[in-house]
Structure formats: C-alpha cells, structure tokens
Design a binder for this molecule. Structure first.
Ligand code: AMP
Ligand code: ZN
Length: 112
C-alpha cells in the first residue's frame, strides 16, 4: 500500500531492526519502545486493521500466536512473560494502519 510505513519496511524501502521473517509475517523492534522488549509482529499483507480481516485471511492469522511464542523464546522472555496487544482504530490509539501485534516484555508490565 503506497505511503504505508510497514509496507515500505516489508519491501525493503525503509530500514528496520528485523528479528524474524516467514511467509506471512515479519517481526521488528519498535522504533519507540515503551518496554525493554517491544516487538511488532506485522502481516506481510497490507491489512489496515482487525476490522479489515476477511475470511480468506484466516490462514495468515492461524499462525500469529505461534510466531509470537517463537520470537518470545528467541528474545528469552517466554519464562518471565509478555503481553500481546493489538490496537484497532482511533480510540485504541492505532497510529499505523497496517495490522501489527505488539509484544511487550523484559520487565514487569503495568496492569491494564
Ligand atoms: P499502534 O499505535 O499500534 O499503531 O503502534 C504503532 C507502533 O509502530 C508504535 O509503537 C510506533 O513506535 C511503531 N513504529 C512506527 N514507525 C515505525 C518504524 N519505522 N519502525 C519501527 N516501529 C515503528
Ligand atoms: Zn501496509
């Protein structure tokens, strides 16, 4: 999608600190981390938000938690724990309109 920052990262037009990639996802470090470990699990397909997920996308999302578990282990945070967050829309504070899941960890997280 033209003008989309995450599409640019996926296409290699913008640099990123990428720690994982497969057919459906890339995982990068957030440029503005709010916790010691702050990763973004990003669909390679441009899907603007959870609201835009369609039935044929179910294959993509069947693996999203497996990817989360894999990168949590890779980062060494699987034992102490982590939080997975998806913001959808304005009131949730979604600023990048391309599906991504935050993985937050590395220190005690504030209660929701
Ligand atoms: P959200 O509020 O869920 O849309 O969060 C978007 C996240 O993307 C924020 O935590 C930003 O810091 C992060 N972000 C924006 N641009 C970049 C970038 N170029 N590289 C890495 N993370 C980014
Ligand atoms: Zn995009």
């Amino acid at each position: 999608m033209k003008g989309c920052v995450f599409c640019k990262i996926i296409n290699g037009d913008l640099p990123s600190d990428k720690i994982y990639e497969d057919d459906s996802f890339i995982v990068i470090r957030d440029i503005n981390p709010v916790y010691r470990t702050h990763l973004l699990i990003i669909t390679k397909k441009h899907i603007s938000s959870v609201n835009e997920i369609e039935d044929p996308d179910r294959d993509i999302f069947s693996t999203v938690f497996l990817v989360a578990k894999k990168v949590a282990a890779k980062e060494g945070v699987e034992v102490n724990g982590y939080r997975l967050t998806v913001n959808c829309g304005k009131d949730a504070g979604q600023i990048v309109s391309h599906f991504h899941m935050h993985l937050l960890a590395g220190e005690p997280l504030r209660n929701l």
